[in-house]
Design a protein around this ligand. Structure first.
Ligand SMILES: Nc1nc2c(ncn2[C@@H]2O[C@H](COP(=O)(O)OP(=O)(O)OP(=O)(O)O)[C@@H](O)[C@H]2O)c(=O)[nH]1
Ligand SMILES: [Mg+2]
Length: 236
């Protein structure tokens, strides 16, 4: 849950990467770890098995100071996707301020994506989080694989719901920054609606996002603003 300390000018956020097993959640965090300057991030903590499957979670802390001297700390978490880790997923999702749903773009993974989506909505409700208002983006990862959905098929999914949809090849770092950028835009707007952080900290969206992405290797990324009315709503 967001922690806002107005006296100390501190803001702490929790962002969770959720999705089916092997969709590339851990790979997203690894790619971010590589692309974010070590001045603004800590170590990538992974609790996994010998074959690199997430056992509990991964966590990457990112922290920076805005020009208006606000300290921002964002903890990025992944859940373990394997079916048997259901209770851990629910635990890791506790207190999330924003969620990136990492889907596997392979057609053979459609059922696994749907099951994970349904579990995510249930886990949110069980944690007292509202899936209708949670800042939420969808990433279709592994678009490099032969069985992947085409661009047109992904666009069709995007049309059906209100969440921004990104395609990615996380192993090459493609689409990873774009996904986080879109999600943090929605998060900023949500926090402003709930807590008035613009006024409280005299902070604009541009300043908030600018400070984060100034410290990232964004050369190849195409960061685009999410439409102003792209409120998130679950249910596909
Ligand atoms: N071809 C391809 N492989 C990928 C891509 N992203 C991740 N992978 C591979 O897919 C496998 C699973 O990736 P992980 O990031 O560990 O998946 P995860 O979602 O964290 O899996 P769990 O922790 O079990 O939930 C690894 O071998 C990755 O290298 C991608 O964009 N394309
Ligand atoms: Mg993992």
């Amino acid at each position: 849950m967001v922690q806002i300390n107005q006296a100390q000018r501190e803001l702490s956020l929790k962002v969770v990467y959720y999705g089916p097993a092997l969709s590339g959640k851990t790979t997203n965090l690894m790619a971010l770890h590589e692309r974010v300057s070590s001045d603004v991030r800590g170590r990538l903590l992974s609790v996994d098995t010998r074959d690199d499957r997430t056992l509990f979670f991964d966590m990457l802390p990112v922290f920076f100071r805005t020009a208006s001297d606000l300290k921002v700390k964002i903890k990025l978490y992944t859940v373990p996707g394997q079916v048997m880790h259901a209770s851990t997923r629910r635990l890791v999702l506790q207190g999330a301020d924003a969620v990136a749903f990492i889907a596997d773009a392979q057609k053979s993974a459609a059922q696994a994506n749907n099951d994970a989506w349904r579990n995510m909505v249930e886990d949110m409700r069980a944690n007292g989080l509202d899936p209708e208002s949670m800042p939420l983006v969808i990433q279709f990862n592994k678009t490099d694989l032969p069985d992947a959905r085409t661009e047109g098929e992904i666009a069709a999914v995007a049309q059906k719901g209100r969440e921004p949809v990104y395609k990615s090849v996380a192993v090459r770092g493609e689409g990873v920054l774009e996904t986080l950028y879109g999600l943090l835009q929605l998060t900023f707007r949500d926090l402003d609606r709930k807590y008035g952080i613009r006024a409280k900290f005299r902070l604009t969206e541009e300043e908030f996002l600018g400070e984060i992405f100034r410290n990232m290797d964004v050369k190849a990324a195409q960061l685009e603003p999410v439409a102003r009315n792209a409120a998130s709503a679950a249910g596909r």
